[in-house]
Ligand binder design. Structure first.
Ligand code: SF4
Length: 521
């Protein structure tokens, strides 16, 4: 098994320092990256930040107006275009007052709209696509030098983006791309036309990146791909994903491995075995169902059926009994009848998901489903959606109630507990990825983000668990290298402006695909 993992590493992409990174007074120019969309985009934004910092730019402090604003767009989300052009409208008035400010637009929507971005917002300086993120510093420099907008969209990936420098948002946890693009043709999805065919990264490159992350203090990684379990299709190894999980599991110091998202059609039992037999692979699976109706699955061009989906869940639970399984579901796909929807409700009832990201179908221009007859009226979609949310919330609560009195290990996170300050709690993720808010008793040592606490669950709600101290006992804390890395990052940020994770500043929960609202954990 390990033999297949020793493939030579591809060369890292070098970004040259850019003269454009300095303003007229010789000061380093500041940048801000605003991210719309899924985890892929959030990770891409880390690479954009890394490329800019390699070229000499510095990240703007949270409340400062950056000299360069990069918008990393998403074409999957509802109303993505409205959000982009609304944001660009606001930025125009800022740019009018801010000498030398530049605006760049990249990502899926830029890949789709191309020249139209400049036609609609001629004050934009750079438009780049999903395949050429490493060109951003060069494009900014050219735009500044020539005094005109630069547009560069490549139709195919030339360099795997993970060879780009990266500036990560979390010290203890990192995303690692294993593939980009997708060979499937789901009729509701714009990804294949924007991200292209699946490109698999070599296992040696992936493992090397994980090792470097761990050396840097990460204790957790999430492997990312549109369709992780078809990983290996490009270099002809059908069992490559399971092997990758096992090989990652041998990396010393890596405590938690997660991945998103697998496709049910490509889900094979060797992956379940690898999950069950690799202690650092977490007992958690996010696997999109999309619909419980076989007729609708066919119309969506998703090649599994509900029985196969439920069979995978049974086999996962047989080997990993405490696995928390989550999903994505689309309500109101064109042609969905009441009977089809009842099928979805039945599968959801049987599947016992810990939580579900639920989406109301809406037309995405450029997808086959956009022109299908039988679009379901909005009020019907809304009513079904509400029934599905109510069902999933009940199940999420029941599943969370099973966690009561259990002892769980929680990795402390940043920014996930909005009410932490007022409730004297901290927040983190259990091994199965459930969100846990835990009490910080008076006088107890305070764990750092990335440290591990062991707590007992005292209260369950559909979207979270609470762990309040029993008899005021101090927290049981295990200090980790992840916490040490957070300390280091904090002391470095005393010299460098603090890092906003996204437009809003605090790190946000995101998912692959079509994120809007979720019912459950
Ligand atoms: S929904 Fe997922 S599997 Fe289907 S085409 Fe889009 S990215 Fe590929």
């Amino acid at each position: 098994m390990a033999g297949t993992m020793t493939i030579p590493l591809s060369e890292p992409t070098l970004i040259a320092p850019s003269a454009a990174a300095l303003d007229e007074a010789g000061q380093r120019r500041t940048y801000e990256v605003r991210t719309f969309g899924c985890q892929m985009n959030v990770h891409d934004s880390e690479r954009l930040s890394g490329s800019l910092e390699s070229a000499g730019y510095v990240r703007a402090a949270v409340d400062d107006e950056a000299d360069i604003v990069i918008i990393n767009t998403c074409a999957v989300r509802d109303n993505a275009a409205g959000k982009l052009y609304g944001t660009l409208g606001h930025l125009k008035s800022r740019k009018d007052k801010h000498a030398g400010m530049q605006i760049a637009v990249g990502g899926c929507l830029a890949q789709m709209d191309k020249q139209a971005v400049l036609d609609k917002a001629p004050w934009v300086d750079v438009v780049f696509g999903t395949h050429n993120m490493g060109s951003l510093p060069g494009l900014l420099e050219r735009a500044r030098h020539n005094g005109e907008a630069e547009l560069e969209i490549l139709e195919a990936l030339e360099v795997f983006p993970s060879t780009l420098p990266t500036r990560r948002d979390s010290a203890h946890s990192g995303w690692v791309s294993i593939s980009v693009g997708c060979n499937n043709t789901c009729t509701f999805c714009i990804v294949p036309s924007l991200r292209g065919k699946e490109k698999d990264r070599r296992p040696g490159d992936i493992l090397n990146e994980i090792r470097l992350l761990v050396e840097d203090g990460a204790i957790e990684v999430t492997l990312l791909g549109q369709n992780v379990n078809s990983y290996g299709v490009e270099f002809g190894d059908r069992e490559a994903f399971g092997k990758l999980l096992r090989a990652a599991g041998e990396i010393e110091g890596l405590e938690r491995i997660r991945f998103t998202s697998p496709h049910p059609a490509a889900f094979t039992d060797d992956v379940i075995d690898a999950m069950a037999e690799t202690p650092s692979v977490m007992p958690q699976l996010h696997m999109p169902l999309q619909s419980g109706s076989d007729r609708i699955l066919r119309a969506m061009r998703r090649s599994y059926r509900s029985e196969k989906f439920l069979g995978i869940l049974d086999r996962v639970r047989a080997k990993i009994p405490n696995a928390a399984i989550t999903t994505d579901i689309i309500v109101g796909f064109p042609g969905e009848t009441e009977e089809d929807f009842e099928d979805t409700m039945r599968v959801v009832e049987q599947a016992r998901f810990a939580s579900a990201f639920t989406f109301q179908y809406s037309i995405r221009e450029g997808t086959p489903a956009a022109t299908m007859a039988d679009q379901v009226p909005k009020e019907v979609v809304q009513a079904r959606y509400e029934r599905l949310i109510a069902l999933q919330e009940r199940i999420s609560l029941e599943e969370n109630q099973k966690q009561l009195d259990r002892e769980v290990e929680v990795v402390v996170s940043v920014g996930e507990g909005k009410k932490d300050a007022e409730t004297h709690r901290l927040t983190g993720r259990a091994q199965d990825n459930r969100l846990v808010h835990f009490e910080l008793p008076e006088g107890s040592e305070r764990p750092r983000p990335g440290d591990v606490v062991t707590v007992t669950i005292t209260h369950a709600a559909p979207f979270h668990l609470l762990a309040d101290a029993v008899d005021g006992a101090p927290l049981r804390i295990r200090r980790t290298r992840g916490g040490d890395a957070w300390d280091r990052a904090q002391s470095e940020s005393c010299a460098v402006p603090a890092a906003p994770a996204a437009a809003g500043g605090a790190p946000r929960a995101v998912s692959l695909g079509l994120p809007t609202l979720r019912a459950g954990v």
